[in-house]
Design a protein around this ligand. Structure first.
Ligand code: AMP
Length: 415
């Protein structure tokens, strides 16, 4: 079933959204992108004449009730975004009565699903090497099914619009789908858009294809780097992983971050790129700092010859030009991970150069997809969100989808 073909009139819909929004110390939302992202789906259900039960996780309470991660804090913001009052169920597993009493056009927000360990389905308080672990895991899987069944019992149909958690097989993202038949479960509009965006990158590639992978570590991106190697023409590797590559090639990297156990891997990536004819672009110079702070002293140095006591914090001017050249003229662009410690104003230059080159290429007709919290934060910070083709709400989910993995949240609906 698809959401546009389903008439929600007189129906109760339970919708998994990703309302894992950042809050400040006063519990005020600092970025409501995720709430805005789910609005088309939520509004469609209400406009049809349905009743809404909204469920989400927030943060990592690890199966315990943590008031600082209560979704009660965002109830009013959700109500304001929807333009209608929102009721709150303070215990997501004991919301039968509140759900049963919901009338057409009414909205119920459930408390943080992850206050229950059943949501993630991982056994708590037992280590993997414990002989009892396997049986604890089995027991937890049974409890997870019961939890999912309880959530399912609140509604007539299930909608998954939480792309950010689609790569997890959790009670609310996948297991719950077993309790609805194919005509009563569907992806939300945001999910449909995300799946389409990945499809544009994977099955509709127009060349040249330039992928830009940044961030702090090569180890967390290796799956996607290897997968992209068969598809891209240009592969830019930037950010903290630059220095693992520099050291692997015999460079001097001072205090720069480095994964010493990934030096062989870095050399292997260089070799693979050569074999596959991929233009691998690594930084040649960098902005180095004498400490990890915004007001550190800085100098531009050779990325393979960083003085002792200094660390690479951003791409240097020559590198920025190399990156821009590899982006210019591209017809497909994927960007995940910043080129420097962009949280500090002094080290945003490399990421900004990438964002500008992507915006220019997009204006020339490229399809550009930006994903992962940090690159999205960069694009927003530079005020360039409307100059790229698509900004994904997914980090891990996006990377896994582009690696070609089937996302459990999507599979649970489609099978
Ligand atoms: P990731 O979570 O792996 O995508 O990495 C994102 C983080 O990488 C951001 O918080 C950046 O500050 C960080 N990062 C980027 N470049 C560097 C660098 N040269 N040194 C240390 N951290 C970096």
């Amino acid at each position: 079933m698809t959401i546009n073909n389903f008439n929600f009139a007189g129906k109760k819909a339970i919708v998994r959204v990703d309302f894992n929004v950042p809050l400040n110390e006063q519990g005020i939302i600092t970025d409501d992108t995720r709430i805005r992202g789910a609005l088309p789906t939520l509004k469609k259900i209400l406009a049809d004449g349905g009743a809404l039960i909204i469920m989400s996780h927030m943060g990592k309470p690890k199966g315990k009730v943590k008031p600082s991660l209560s979704l009660g804090q965002i109830k009013d913001a959700v109500a304001a975004a929807l333009g209608t009052p929102v009721q709150f169920a303070p215990d997501c597993a004991k919301a039968h009565d509140a759900a049963a009493a919901l009338k057409q056009g009414e909205v119920l927000l459930l408390e943080n699903l992850r206050f229950y360990p059943e949501e993630e389905g991982k056994p708590v308080g037992i280590e993997k090497d414990d002989p009892m672990y396997e049986s604890a895991k089995k027991e937890m899987k049974e409890r997870q099914k019961e939890f999912a069944k309880t959530l399912a019992s609140y509604a007539d149909c299930y909608v998954n619009d939480a792309f950010g958690t689609a790569h997890r097989k959790h009670a609310s993202t996948a297991v719950i789908a077993d309790y609805f038949d194919a005509d009563h479960k569907m992806l939300g509009l945001l999910m449909e858009k995300e799946v389409q965006a990945v499809d544009n990158i994977l099955s509709n590639i127009k060349h040249p294809f330039t992928a830009i992978m940044g961030g702090s570590k090569v180890s967390t991106k290796i799956g996607i780097i290897e997968n992209l190697m068969d598809k891209v023409d240009n592969l830019i590797l930037c950010g903290g992983m630059t220095y693992t590559f520099a050291k692997a090639q015999g460079g001097k990297i001072g205090n720069s971050i480095c994964e010493d156990d990934k030096l062989e891997l870095a050399l292997d990536i260089i070799k693979q790129a050569k074999q596959k004819g991929v233009n691998l672009v690594l930084g040649t110079d960098c902005v180095a700092a004498d400490n990890f702070s915004n007001d550190a002293n800085t100098q531009v140095v050779d990325a393979k010859n960083i003085p002792d006591g200094w660390e690479g914090m951003d791409a240097g001017p020559e590198t920025r030009k190399l990156f821009a050249d590899a982006i210019k003229g591209a017809k497909t662009i994927l960007w995940n991970g910043p080129a420097g410690v962009f949280e500090f104003e002094a080290f945003t230059g490399g990421s900004k150069a990438i964002a500008e080159a992507i915006a220019d290429a997009t204006a020339e007709g490229a399809y550009s997809l930006i994903g992962g919290g940090d690159s999205v934060a960069c694009i927003n910070k530079f005020g360039m969100a409307d100059k790229v083709s698509y900004i994904s709400t997914g980090g891990g989910a996006l990377l896994e989808a582009i690696e070609g993995k089937v996302l459990p949240g999507v599979a649970a609906i489609k099978q």
